[in-house]
Design a protein around this ligand. Structure first.
Ligand SMILES: COc1ccc(C2=NN(C3CCN(c4nc(N)nc5sccc45)CC3)C(=O)[C@@H]3CC=CC[C@H]23)cc1OC
Ligand SMILES: [Mg+2]
Length: 366
């Protein structure tokens, strides 16, 4: 009857739209993964990972059965928690951004198939089972995870351990066709890339990238900046590539960037709520009663995101420029909102002038 026909037509159109969105992950920066989440019955990671691994011919190259990969990535996706930010959509976002940047012309003929496989695998699993609180919170509350990992990259150690444990789930061993040498190299690369997403390693990333750019500037052969024979350099680049993807929200189209901002702030605010209930000092950015979201984003862009992406874009020119342009325009928009936000507060000025001098720096962590 008509109702049934209408329902089926709608379902068909949704699947066609989903297929088009997933196809666009091949070569588009800023795919609306919230839309993919909505249309894929909340399985964006499984849909996008399967598509990208097939598109890159990784399954065939390593004779991985599609069903095995499907079972593994579904098991990983199911282990992502429904946090506001650190969830399966964020994993899909980092996977797709990493895929996009591996296609930069400066990386042509640089990485082996195994290195590409390891980088994308690491991106997909890099936050699995994230509890929605920071390393510092887990340490401050003497959590089992902090005890297990001796306060060192607690979350990141957990993500990578759980990923490898998932391989031994029935029918999920996507590495069974790798030989011993490949398996050993793959495991080393995935461990180092996931551990490198710990923000405490952020400054080291910038240092390594500056050195690499400096050496290229000095060496005459500017074209071949990355020596495909230098496994250590290549591993550092893959670490920075996934770390940049993890810090890519402010470089996405504004409507997506603002959704990620709402999500991370809600996740930080929930941690602040927990800290208040435990009589712990509320961490920076985590107090929902006293936060200036735009000023926090200005600080995040100026002190964290831009310093990293500025050097990353110098290493990966010219393909990074369109993405840097988005960062610039988003920063201008945020700055305009700060002014409006100040005007709003000025409205309820109680004559206590020095309050207006407060430039909201309490959010910035030096
Ligand atoms: C969209 O908006 C966001 C997305 C992600 C984050 C994250 N933030 N941090 C920390 C980074 C260092 N941080 C800062 N350092 C300094 N020096 N200044 C300042 S100003 C403001 C912050 C800040 C604190 C948070 C994490 O570890 C998350 C886990 C892994 C990667 C990035 C994730 C944050 C966002 O917006 C704030
Ligand atoms: Mg993480």
């Amino acid at each position: 009857n008509d109702v049934e026909r209408l329902r089926l037509t709608r379902k068909l159109n949704m699947n066609i739209f989903l297929a088009q969105l997933i196809e666009s992950t091949n070569d588009t920066w800023g795919v609306d993964l919230f839309e993919v989440d909505a249309l894929s019955n909340h399985r964006p990671l499984t849909h996008v990972a399967l598509h990208l691994f097939k598109q890159r011919n990784i399954l065939k190259q390593f004779q991985i059965r599609e069903l095995t990969f499907f079972k593994f990535i579904s098991a990983i996706e199911a282990k992502y928690r429904n946090n506001p930010y650190h969830n399966n959509i964020h994993a899909t976002d980092v996977l797709q951004a990493s895929h996009h940047m591996l296609n930069f012309s400066v990386f042509k003929n640089v990485f082996t198939e195994l290195e590409v496989f390891a980088a994308l695998f690491a991106a997909a699993v890099h936050d699995v089972d994230h509890p929605g609180v920071t390393n510092q919170y887990l340490i401050n509350t003497n959590s089992d995870l902090a005890i297990l990992y001796n306060d060192e990259s607690v979350l990141e150690n957990h993500h990578v351990t759980l990923a490898f444990q998932t391989l031994s789930t029935e029918g999920c061993d996507v590495l069974s066709t790798l030989n011993r040498k490949q398996h050993q190299m793959f495991r080393k690369m995935v461990i180092s890339v996931v551990l490198a997403t710990d923000m405490s390693k952020h400054i080291q990333h910038i240092g390594h990238l500056k050195t690499m750019v400096e050496i290229r500037r000095l060496s005459s052969s500017a074209s071949s900046i990355i020596d495909p024979e230098n496994a250590e350099d290549k591993l550092q680049i893959l670490q920075s590539l996934v770390h940049c993807s993890d810090l890519s929200n402010p470089l996405k189209p504004l409507n997506l960037y603002l959704q990620w901002t709402d999500r991370i702030m809600e996740e930080f605010f929930r941690q602040g709520d927990l800290e208040k209930s435990l009589n712990l000092e509320v961490s920076p950015l985590c107090d929902r009663e006293n936060s200036n979201i735009c000023k926090s984003q200005m600080g995040f862009i100026d002190y964290v995101v831009h310093p990293l992406w500025e050097i990353w874009s110098r290493l990966t020119q010219p393909d990074c420029q369109p993405i840097m342009d988005i960062l610039e325009s988003n920063r201008v928009w945020i700055a305009s909102q700060v002014l409006t936000e100040d005007d709003k507060h000025d409205g309820d000025d109680d004559g206590d002038d020095d309050k207006d001098d407060d430039d909201g720096d309490d959010d910035v962590i030096r």
